[in-house]
Design a protein around this ligand. Sequence first.
Ligand code: PGA
Length: 253
Amino acid sequence: MAIPNTRKRLIAGNWKMNGNIRSIDELSEMSKSCDVHHCEVIICPPAILLSEAKQIMTNTSIKIGAQNCHYENSGAFTGEISAEMLVNLGIEAVILGHSERRQHFFEKDDLIKSKARSANNQGLTSIICIGETSEEKHLMQTDTVVINQLRNSLPETFSHSNTVIAYEPVWAIGTGKTPTADEIADVHYKIREYIAKVSNAETSNSIRIIYGGSVNPKNAKDILSVKDVDGALVGGASLLEKDFSRIITATEY
Ligand code: PGA
């Protein structure tokens, strides 16, 4: 029996450590111009802007996500924010295992797995990032690296409704370089195949796998039409309302 494809496209904006209280005006603009129903839109500003962003987007279809969370609900973890606290604020998603956190904050797969488990337990959607470095790509290790990261960072609590997998080649982030359509299709296929192996065909067919790394208004349509690509995680181009809106529009076909 064929399993219906229920994957709603997702465009997520990762502001990273950018933005200030004035960026909230950009968000207000977006809330007016972007009454989006054909895809899901999540904006992930820095933690300090989450509360304000959430208030602005209340009663709009745009969701607010965080860029990180701790795996415990509370405790002596100075500087940290828990998944429970995010949910308390009305936040709906969290980016986990971004390559910048793996690289600069030495986050390893097992830590990412604990965070994702906590996010899932609290009812947040985890956007789990995986991807190879340029060295690994040149050594033809892309598939092995990506599947190993997935195997070790996906918690047993994952399901198609609480988890999104973001394939983000590290060498493509912020560089203006992107893999070819065939390369993206191949990795996304391998990820879906792996999910089928560790769960079942229904989960594998329903889970969203999005691409990230130098997505911009010019290449969005081509990338989003690649087989098995269910959306995009956008960094730099999510900071300007005009660019981000054009990427959202690229999902309309
Ligand atoms: P970029 O970043 O779109 O600026 O390449 C993507 C990301 O880091 O998620």
